[in-house]
Design a binder for this molecule. Structure first.
Ligand SMILES: Nc1ncnc2c1ncn2[C@@H]1O[C@H](COP(=O)(O)OP(=O)(O)O)[C@@H](O)[C@H]1O
Ligand SMILES: [Mg+2]
Length: 490
């Protein structure tokens, strides 16, 4: 591969990486989306609870206010009719400093307020800002207690004021309890007939309503709404996070898959380019090689006449050219794999054929073949020529791994799963695991005159058969290659 090609591949690799990255982008959005929706729900439910509880408060106050006013007016009428009129007739004048008069008034007020949930009733004088009567005895006689509300009521305007300390904080343990009081001020008028008002304002009546319990209930409701929405949000967030988490994992796995695929693609491409180059060069070499070889053969015959004893020189050329021819053929086999032409054959037959072809070589290298072939082996779809070549490649390696001779064992069997397996074992040098990992890589060789293609070709062929080729090797003890085929090509 030249610089231009590698630059090109590098650029493409970067582009693909960018595309992979872009593929992940939309799912990041999902993540943001889940967080944003969470915040939106949080804010929305907070405002919702605020609106609901504020509304409840408003309704409570409106209702209490009009109720209080009505009550105060009724009180004022009762006091006028049942206390002011009879007292004025009996004593000629009202003087609350008179204990009997005070008690009479107190009786009237207490009768009217009984069971009405009223905290206190206080009556202010109209002439000066002084408390003439109150259900709270300590307040009687106090001056300047009426504020702006008192003055408004003196002018004939009923009004009320809310004094409260009521928020979620009051619900916390140890905090001050909820406190909420509604003070209503109305003018205390004299009346001529029942229900008819006169402008004569004799004082101001202050009615205090305790709303603490109602308010506490509302605040508790608010707390419950917030708590509930928190729980719902928590569940929602959990669910969303889980989905996002799962999505993330899936995307990561996909990205990984894509990266691996990319690497594979890269490798395949590189090999394809390489293969084309090798094929072209090998093809160009093949013809001249043939000519060199036949010329050398002719030369050998002539030399024996001209210079007897020098024939071996020509033979060297012949030997080396045939070796070169083998290498070129391997290159071509590797670069231009043949189409698969499967037939139903017995692997045993192919093993026997290859072993008998190798017989002279075995004898030459003091290698003893041991065949242990399962006669029950079924016929399976194999390309006989190509598998024969695989067997030769593996056996030749075995012989080469035993320079001092040894045993080649050929053992076939049917596995429990019904696959057909063949072990090709030798008692040669063996190899360390890190080497065993590389031997199927094209051009990997540690031999002076090796092409490093024998096992690569074998693997290609086995792969095309949808089979497997594996190796188990022990350094100094030997190696065993195992070929596995299923009964069908699918
Ligand atoms: N039976 C074996 N015992 C030990 N090493 C082996 C055996 N078979 C293959 N190898 C190693 O694997 C390498 C690759 O083998 P191969 O692809 O046939 O190429 P080559 O035979 O041209 O070197 C060999 O160089 C050798 O180091
Ligand atoms: Mg080899």
């Amino acid at each position: 591969m030249n610089k231009y090609q590698s630059d090109f591949l590098e650029r493409r690799r970067k582009r693909q990486a960018r595309e992979i990255h872009a593929g992940i982008q939309p799912f990041k959005l999902v993540k943001y989306f889940s967080y944003t929706s969470l915040v939106v729900i949080l804010v929305a439910s907070f405002f919702l609870s605020l609106i609901i509880s504020n509304n409840a408060k408003r309704v409570l106050l409106d209702r209490s206010e009009s109720y209080s006013e009505l009550f105060a007016e009724n009180l004022s009428r009762q006091v006028f009719l049942r206390f002011v009129l009879p007292t004025a007739i009996q004593y000629g004048a009202i003087a609350l400093s008179n204990e009997t008069q005070f008690e009479r008034l107190d009786l009237v007020v207490r009768n009217v307020t009984r069971g009405m949930g009223i905290d206190s009733v206080t009556i202010f004088d109209s002439n000066e800002n002084i408390i003439s009567y109150s259900t709270i005895p300590e307040l009687v006689g106090k001056e300047d207690k009426g504020g702006i509300e008192y003055r408004k009521a003196l002018l004939g305007e009923s009004n009320s004021v809310l004094i409260s300390s009521a928020s979620l904080i009051n619900l916390l343990p140890g905090a001050r309890p909820v406190y909420c009081k509604l003070k209503t001020y109305i003018p205390f008028r004299s009346e001529e007939k029942l229900g008819e008002r006169q402008g004569n304002i004799m004082g101001v009546i202050e009615v205090v309503n305790d709303l603490s319990d109602d308010m506490e209930a509302i605040i508790k409701l608010q707390g419950r709404i917030i708590l509930l929405s928190l729980v719902i949000m928590g569940v929602l967030f959990g669910a969303l996070s889980y989905i996002v988490f799962r999505a993330d994992r899936i995307i990561e796995a996909r990205a990984d898959e894509r990266r691996q695929l990319e690497v594979k693609l890269h490798e395949t491409e590189r090999l394809a380019t390489l293969g084309k180059m090798v094929a072209a060069v090998s093809h160009e070499i093949k013809n001249p090689l043939g000519i060199v070889r036949s010329t050398a053969e002719i030369l050998g015959k002539r030399i024996s006449k001209v210079a007897p004893g020098n024939e071996h020189l020509a033979n060297i050329i012949v030997d080396e050219t045939s070796r070169l021819d083998n290498i070129v053929r391997e290159f071509l086999d590797f670069a231009r794999p043949k189409e698969l032409q499967p037939e139903m054959v017995s692997l045993n037959t192919l093993v026997e054929r290859a072993a008998s072809f190798m017989q002279p070589e075995f004898e030459n290298k003091s290698v003893e073949p041991v065949l242990d072939l399962d006669p029950q082996l079924p016929r399976i779809p194999l390309d006989p020529e190509q598998i024969y070549q695989v067997l030769l490649n593996v056996m030749i390696n075995g012989v080469q791994a035993m320079p001092d001779g040894g045993t080649i064992s050929l053992r076939s069997r049917v596995t429990l799963r019904g696959d057909v397996e063949l072990d090709i074992g030798d008692t040669g040098t063996g190899m360390p695991p890190e080497k065993a990992e590389q031997i199927f890589t094209p051009f990997f060789t540690d031999k002076n005159r090796g092409s490093g293609l024998g096992l690569a070709i074998a693997k290609n062929i086995i792969d095309k058969h949808n089979g497997r080729i594996t190796v188990v090797s022990n350094e100094g003890q030997g190696s065993t290659f195992t070929l596995t085929f299923s009964r069908s090509l699918g």
